[in-house]
Ligand binder design. Structure first.
Ligand code: DX5
Ligand code: ZN
Length: 216
């Protein structure tokens, strides 16, 4: 099964962001995760289009954009134009999720949906064939460095069973509190993509940490 590490630059050193992206360019991380927060849907504000545009100029790795914003529809084209290769919207923010997902796909990029810890995977049954990836939040979105919610393993397993039963190739991504221990168990539970922020950027040897997360 496909396994990808997607470091979240939310925990990078913003004063030396170029150096951190360079480090990721030389790493085994296949994607770069980009956390956009609006201070409305989540209780924090992060960064947006101008930063993504600049990051795009110094990496060829796919940019995995996680929109934690209340009203994502008007921002889909701008984020695609700024360099997004995947756009993930939250189930909790999209009244017309089917329309939003298909609008993202019409831009020629991956379209994914994210579930907050309290949102059951069963709610995705109708939309699953239309999405490229499901992002399971294993913390409440808004901050890096939070404690992993243990029930997330079961949620990943449940979703893996549904995807396999339907014979789909939808990817499962998990975001929040990923470290060597939780990461290993998440891959075993059926996850394909692990987002990890503080664990990589606080590590003494981020390249080794990424390698270990991927192969352990
Ligand atoms: C949380 C973000 C995450 C965050 C993960 O709202 O979506 O991507 O950066 O951070 P860690 O890996 O530190 O839990
Ligand atoms: Zn994220």
């Amino acid at each position: 099964m496909k396994r990808i590490i997607a470091p979240s630059i939310l925990s990078a050193n913003f004063l030396k962001l170029g150096n951190d992206i360079e480090m990721l360019n030389h790493s085994e991380a296949e994607w770069i995760h980009f956390d956009v927060m609006d201070g409305v849907f989540v209780p924090n504000i992060s960064f947006g289009l101008p930063i993504l545009e600049q990051v795009r100029t110094i990496t060829t790795k796919p940019l995995d954009v996680h929109l934690m914003i209340k009203n994502p529809d008007p921002f889909i084209v701008p984020f695609k134009n700024a360099g997004a290769d995947n756009i993930t919207v939250h189930y909790e923010t999209c009244t017309h999720l089917h329309r939003t997902i298909h609008f993202i796909k019409e831009q020629g990029i991956m379209a994914s949906v994210c579930l907050n810890p309290h949102t059951p995977v069963e709610l995705l049954s109708e939309i699953l064939p239309d999405v490229d990836m499901v992002l399971i939040m294993s913390v409440n979105p808004g901050y890096g460095g939070q404690k992993f919610i243990e029930s997330s393993y079961q949620k990943v397993q449940k979703l893996r069973n549904i995807i396999d039963k339907k014979n789909l190739n939808t990817l499962i991504e998990v975001d929040g509190g990923v470290n060597f221990e939780t990461g290993k168990k998440l891959f075993e539970a059926g996850a394909n993509v692990l987002v990890t922020g503080s664990f990589i950027f606080k590590s003494e040897q981020p390249l080794e940490t990424i390698k270990h997360l991927l192969h352990e």
